[in-house]
Design a protein around this ligand. Structure first.
Ligand code: PLP
Length: 427
């Protein structure tokens, strides 16, 4: 199947368009496997909505305190079922993934407790929440300490190191499913399950939290099915399906979710308060679309891997490797190439395509970051986007696309911008 010449109208060189088409041919079977995961997850979501009797009344707007918000309560039941959890907190008042993680951590620890990360340092903004770089209001200021155990050089868990790091005050273990900006693999739910069994064999009563950002719906199972006490994520990533305008979720045991809710609203208020405003329909439509939107993004990430491998760059995961999130890391090696890549992705956007992204400091992040994000929902990274911290080895992270076709255009335009800027030697 040829893509005709429509790519030429975007200024794309025929060789790059042909490379992308050829990649698609080679990846046909891979893509079919992803479609089967999407089918399974689509039915899982519909089943959860049917079981909970979702009706037109659930889409109505609420205001003020939000007592008896039918749609909100039902949406939380739907999330609980999808994530195989007892309970869930799914709120527009949670402003992003970091906020959800922050209330999950602070709600489920008390002064004197320690949080353990068995996969090295967590995501940049979480390091700030934990108090690793002196931000006010951090968990450290409230007497909650933190310890991490690096992965071994082959990327596996350091079981002996983890065993040695656990002591009587270790209260909560934070496992990050996706690599984020770190130079490591993303863990499958099965691998997370094995780690959880090991952790429980050492100290059964620790709370195990999984940062589920970017992992939702990439597999048939989610981390609570593998023994996690709670999973946490952002609605402007996978589970919002590109439709949710804001929000975050926590799904898990009634105790974990209640503890987090007490932090979000207030002690005693917990889940009773918090109006869904006019967002219920968007959050329902978002979770309904999330399995197929995620599948499109996963395919786009694999296509990116294949195309950039052909162009001579190191990718992670490689196009032939299994994958458990929507992120593709492409190591470009110089800051100029990171900038070109991101500008190319921006030029593929439907919104704000005329903007040229620049590296700049971002709240919560250590190095300057460049972000390509021309999105309907501001900053949404389930939409086509690319970002990278300007630090060695100059790796850019490509993700999203509400449709596979848009993700493909992102890959093509990133390659084209590298060519235009004189950075492609292997074409
Ligand atoms: C995106 C992300 C976060 C933080 O989410 P924000 O919505 O950007 O605050 C945390 N952890 C991981 C692994 C992420 O990918």
């Amino acid at each position: 199947m040829k893509s005709e010449n429509i790519y030429r109208s975007f200024g794309v060189d025929d060789r790059i368009a042909a490379l992308a088409d050829e990649a698609e041919e080679k990846l046909r079977e891979r893509f079919a496997g992803i479609d089967r995961i999407a089918e399974y997850n689509q039915l899982k979501v519909i089943h959860a909505m049917q079981d909970n009797g979702i009706s037109g009344a659930c889409m109505l707007e609420t205001t003020g305190y939000g007592y008896d918000d039918l749609g909100r309560d039902k949406l939380e039941r739907v999330y609980a079922d999808i994530f195989h959890a007892e309970d869930a907190l799914v709120r527009s008042q949670i402003v992003c993934g970091t906020h959800a993680l922050s209330i999950a951590l602070s709600g489920n620890t008390r002064p004197g407790d320690e949080i353990l990360s068995p996969a090295g340092l967590p995501y940049d903004t979480l390091q700030t929440v934990l108090g690793l770089n002196g931000a006010r209001g951090s968990l450290k200021e409230y007497g909650v300490s933190f310890r991490s155990v690096d992965l071994l050089s082959d990327g596996s868990f350091d079981h002996e190191g983890i065993r040695a790091a656990i002591h009587e005050n270790t209260r909560l273990v934070e496992i990050q499913r996706s690599r984020g900006y770190a130079d490591r693999r993303t863990f499958s739910v099965e691998e997370i399950g094995e780690l959880i069994r090991f952790l429980r064999s050492i100290k059964p009563d620790m709370t195990i939290m999984v940062d589920n950002c970017y992992g939702e719906f990439t597999e048939r199972i989610e981390p609570c099915e593998a023994g996690a006490d709670m999973v946490v994520g952002s609605l402007i990533k996978n589970p919002g399906g590109g439709i949710a305008p804001v929000g975050g979720y926590i799904a898990g045991t009634e105790r974990c979710v209640g503890n987090a809710a007490a932090r979000l609203t207030g002690p005693g208020l917990e889940k009773e308060l918090g109006p869904s405003l006019g967002n219920n329909r968007l959050l329902f439509q978002g979770i309904f679309l999330a399995p197929t939107v995620t599948a499109g993004a996963v395919k786009g990430a694999i296509l990116a891997a294949y195309v950039f491998e052909q162009l001579g760059f190191r990718t992670a995961p490689a196009s032939s490797e299994p994958r458990y999130d929507i992120i593709e890391a492409v190591t470009l090696g110089t800051p100029e190439k990171v900038v070109s890549f991101c500008r190319g992705v921006q030029r593929a956007a439907a919104v704000d395509a005329f903007v040229a992204p620049e590296p700049s400091p971002m709240p919560g992040y250590e190095s300057d970051i460049i972000m390509a994000n021309g999105s309907f929902v501001s900053g949404s990274s389930i939409e086509l986007s690319a970002d990278g911290p300007l630090r060695d080895p100059y790796t850019v992270f490509f993700q999203g696309g509400l449709t596979y076709q848009h993700s493909k255009l992102g890959v093509v335009m990133a390659a084209q911008q590298l060519l235009d800027d004189g950075h492609l030697k292997n074409l």
